[in-house]
Design a protein around this ligand. Structure first.
Ligand code: FAD
Ligand code: NAD
Length: 426
C-alpha cells in the first residue's frame, strides 16, 4: 500500500532542513510532513564541503554542520525531525513522479502519495562526461557536491600526495577557486585552468580578479587562463595528465572539476513548466508555486521571478535556498505574500572573505586600497547604486553594503572617493 503524506519535500538537501525549521516554528510538532532524500544524512550545510571539510587540520565533520547552524539556527539532528513528527526518509531515491495522481515512486518500488509537494532536488555538477572529454572516467577525476564526493576527494588528496602531488583544478568559478585553495592548503602543487580571462568573470572586474589571482599566485597556485582541458591522459586507469586545447600538457595526479551545475528537473519534464536552460530550473510564480498549484519549488532547482527586476532567475546559493525554503513553508501554512529576495553571494578562501549584495549590472565604481586588501565596488545603473561588493568587511561594513544595495540610493559624483563611507552613512 502507498504511504500517504499531507506534505512532502522531495530532496533532503540544504533547503529541506530550512523548510523543516520554518515548518516547526509555525506548525509545532503537528508534523504532517515527510522529507525524502537520497543521501544517507539529514540536511546539512553544503557550503562546509568546499571549505572547512577539506581543511588538513581540525576539519569539519558531520554531525557538526547539520542545518540550520549556518543560518543561525539549531543543529537539527535526526531526533529533531522525529520529535516534531516529520518523517525523514534518507537513502531514498525517487525515480518517478506523477503530478496528476500526486504519486512518487522510489527506487525500491514503493509508492508515496502527497497532497502538496515541495520540489527541492537541487542541482548536480556538470561533468567532463557531459562535455565528452576523453579520459573523463579515469580514476582521480573528482567533483564536489555532497559528503560522499568530499570523502572521495580527501582520499584522492592522500593518493595524489603519494603519487607526486600535482593537482589540476578545472574552472574559475566557486568550486574552482575554493577547492584550488583547499588543495593548496593540503600541500598539493595546484594548477588552475579555465576558459575566461580572469577569476569569477561573471562578477569580478579585471582589477578585483587581479587581486585574488595575485594572492593565489603568492600561495604557489599556477593559473592558466583562456584555455580548456581537451583530454585527460592516464596510466592503469588513473589520471596522469591534463592536455589543454592550447597544446600544453599538465601533469596531474588529481583533477578537480568545477565547471558549473545543472538543476535536477528531469523527473518533472513534460509535467511542470520548466525554464529553458541554461539556467534551466522549475518555473514558479512569486509564491514559489509551479505550474501545478499543488507543487512548489525551492532552492537551487527553483526558477522564480526576482521582485527587483521581474526577471525569472535561478540562484545556486545558500541564502536563496534558506529563504525560498522558509517562504514556501509559510505559503503552505497559509501566509501568502510575494517572495522578495535580495541576491547575495559570498566566498571565503585562505584568510580572505568577500560579500556581494544586489545586482552586478551597470557601471562599476571601485573604491578602497586593492594593494592593502581592503577594497570594494559599487554597481551603478540608471544613476542608482544597485550592487555592492566588499573584501574583508567587518560585520558592520557588510551590513552597510547590504543596506545600500537594498535601498538603491542615487550615486553621488564622488562615489569612488566616498567609497565605503558612502555605504556606512546611507
Ligand atoms: P541540495 O543541497 O543540493 O539538495 C538537493 C538534495 O536532493 C540532494 O541531497 C540530492 O541528493 C537530493 N535529490 C535530488 N534528486 C533526488 C531524487 N530523485 N530523490 C531523492 N533525493 C534527490 N552557496 C553559498 O551561498 N555560499 C557558499 O559558500 C556555498 N558553498 C558551496 C559549496 C559546495 C561544495 C556546493 C556544492 C555548493 C555550495 N553553495 C554555496 C551552494 C549551496 O550549497 C546550494 O545553493 C544549496 O545546497 C542548495 O540547496 P538545495 O536543497 O536546493 O539543493
Ligand atoms: P560556477 O558556475 O561558479 O563556475 C563554473 C566555471 O566553470 C566557470 O567560471 C568557468 O570557469 C568554468 N568552465 C565552464 N566551462 C568550462 C570548460 N569547458 N572548461 C573549463 N572550465 C569551464 O560553478 P562551480 O564553480 O562548478 O560551482 C558549482 C555549484 O556550487 C554552483 O551552484 C555554485 O553556486 C555552488 N557553489 C557556490 C559557492 C559559493 O557561493 N561560495 C561555493 C562553492 C560552490
Amino acid at each position: 500500500m502507498a504511504k500517504q503524506y499531507k506534505h512532502v519535500v522531495l530532496g533532503g538537501g540544504n533547503a529541506a532542513g530550512y523548510f523543516a525549521r520554518e515548518w516547526v516554528a509555525r506548525n509545532g510538532a503537528k508534523g504532517e510532513l515527510a522529507i525524502i532524500g537520497d543521501e544517507p544524512y539529514v540536511s546539512y550545510e553544503r557550503p562546509a564541503l568546499s571549505k572547512a571539510y577539506l581543511f588538513p587540520e581540525a576539519p569539519a565533520r558531520l554531525p557538526g554542520f547539520h542545518s540550520c547552524v549556518g543560518g543561525g539556527g539549531e543543529r537539527q539532528l535526526p531526533e529533531f525531525y522525529a520529535q516534531h513528527g516529520i518523517d525523514y526518509l534518507t537513502n531514498t531515491k525517487v525515480t518517478a513522479v506523477d503530478v496528476a495522481t500526486k504519486q512518487l515512486t522510489t527506487a525500491s518500488g514503493d509508492s508515496i502519495t502527497y497532497d502538496k509537494l515541495v520540489v527541492a532536488t537541487g542541482a548536480r555538477p556538470s561533468t567532463l562526461v557531459d562535455f565528452k572529454t576523453p579520459g573523463a572516467d579515469l580514476k582521480g577525476v573528482h567533483y564536489l557536491r555532497n559528503v560522499a564526493d568530499a570523502d572521495a576527494l580527501i582520499a584522492a588528496i592522500a593518493d595524489c600526495k603519494a603519487a607526486g602531488g600535482k593537482a589540476v583544478a578545472i574552472g574559475g568559478g566557486y568550486i574552482g577557486l575554493e577547492c584550488a585553495a583547499a588543495l593548496a592548503l593540503n600541500g598539493l602543487d595546484v594548477t588552475m585552468v579555465f576558459p575566461e580571462d580572469r577569476f569569477m568573470a561573471r562578477l569580478f572586474t579585471p582589477d578585483i580578479a587581479a587581486f585574488y589571482e595575485q594572492f593565489y599566485a603568492g600561495k604557489g597556485i599556477k593559473i592558466v587562463k583562456g584555455d580548456v582541458v581537451s583530454s585527460l591522459e592516464g596510466a592503469d586507469g588513473k589520471v596522469t595528465a591534463a592536455v589543454l586545447k592550447g597544446g600544453a600538457k599538465l601533469e596531474a595526479n588529481l583533477v578537480l572539476v568545477g565547471v558549473g551545475a545543472r538543476p535536477n528537473t528531469e523527473l518533472f519534464a513534460g509535467q511542470l513548466e520548466l525554464l529553458a536552460g541554461p539556467p534551466g530550473g522549475i518555473k514558479t510564480d512569486e509564491h514559489l508555486r509551479t505550474s501545478n498549484p499543488d507543487v512548489y519549488a525551492i532552492g537551487d532547482v527553483a526558477a522564480f521571478p526576482l521582485k527587483l527586476t521581474g526577471v525569472t532567475t535561478r540562484q545556486e546559493h545558500v541564502t536563496c535556498c534558506r529563504q525560498t525554503a522558509a517562504h514556501a513553508a509559510a505559503e503552505l501554512l497559509g501566509e501568502s505574500k510575494p517572495f522578495d529576495y535580495q541576491p547575495f553571494f559570498y566566498s571565503r578562501v585562505f584568510n580572505l572573505s568577500w560579500q556581494f549584495y544586489g545586482l552586478s549590472e551597470g557601471e562599476v565604481v571601485q573604491f578602497g586600497d586593492v594593494s592593502a586588501g581592503k577594497f570594494g565596488a559599487f554597481w551603478v545603473q540608471g544613476g542608482k547604486v544597485v550592487g555592492a561588493f566588499l573584501e574583508s568587511g567587518s560585520p558592520e561594513e557588510n551590513a552597510a553594503i547590504k543596506k545600500v544595495a537594498q535601498a538603491q540610493p542615487a550615486a553621488p559624483a564622488d562615489l569612488a572617493q566616498q567609497g565605503l563611507a558612502f555605504a556606512l552613512a546611507a
